[in-house]
Ligand binder design. Structure first.
Ligand code: HEM
Length: 120
């Protein structure tokens, strides 16, 4: 578990929730990946993303959602799709005015999920 500084830099629970709301809107407009989300419960998706990010960045949350490998298995997510999602997150972070140094700290954490998500 990391220290909570990244969690604070992202604006704690409210900042993370706002960021994930913008991120979900970016995904919804992204033709490269939207087909994966046809039957997804968006409220739950937003809630689980926020909880996951809160925990990963050292915040006072416990992620209660699905295991990363299990939930993405069967989607056959490509490297290009993974990168598209990363771009959507960067766009969301820019829109939320998050400092580039903070953006890079978050991206470094998420990059570690590559192997659990791509090609499952
Ligand atoms: C660092 C990369 C990623 C992380 C950390 C991540 C994280 C998550 C989390 C926390 C959930 C919620 C699980 C739950 O509801 O219990 C989820 C669901 C989902 N993810 Fe990802 N994800 C990543 C990349 C991707 C990519 C690249 C795609 C597709 C292009 C994708 C597609 C989905 C879909 C469609 C769901 C909803 C599954 C469902 O509700 O049935 N994810 N992801």
């Amino acid at each position: 578990r990391t220290d909570a500084s990244l969690y604070q830099e992202l604006g704690a629970k409210q900042g993370i929730s706002d960021l994930m709301a913008v991120f979900v809107l970016e995904i919804a407009q992204d033709e490269r990946v939207i087909h994966h989300f046809d039957n997804v419960d968006i409220d739950r998706f937003h809630r689980m993303l926020s909880q996951h990010l809160c925990e990963l960045t050292g915040g006072p949350c416990e992620y209660t959602g699905a295991d990363m490998v299990e939930v993405h298995t069967g989607m056959a997510i490509t490297r290009a799709e993974f990168n598209a999602i990363v771009e959507d997150l960067i766009t969301a972070m820019e829109k939320e005015g998050i400092a580039v140094s903070t953006q890079n700290r978050l991206l470094a954490i998420l990059a570690e999920f590559h192997g659990e998500i791509v090609g499952q």
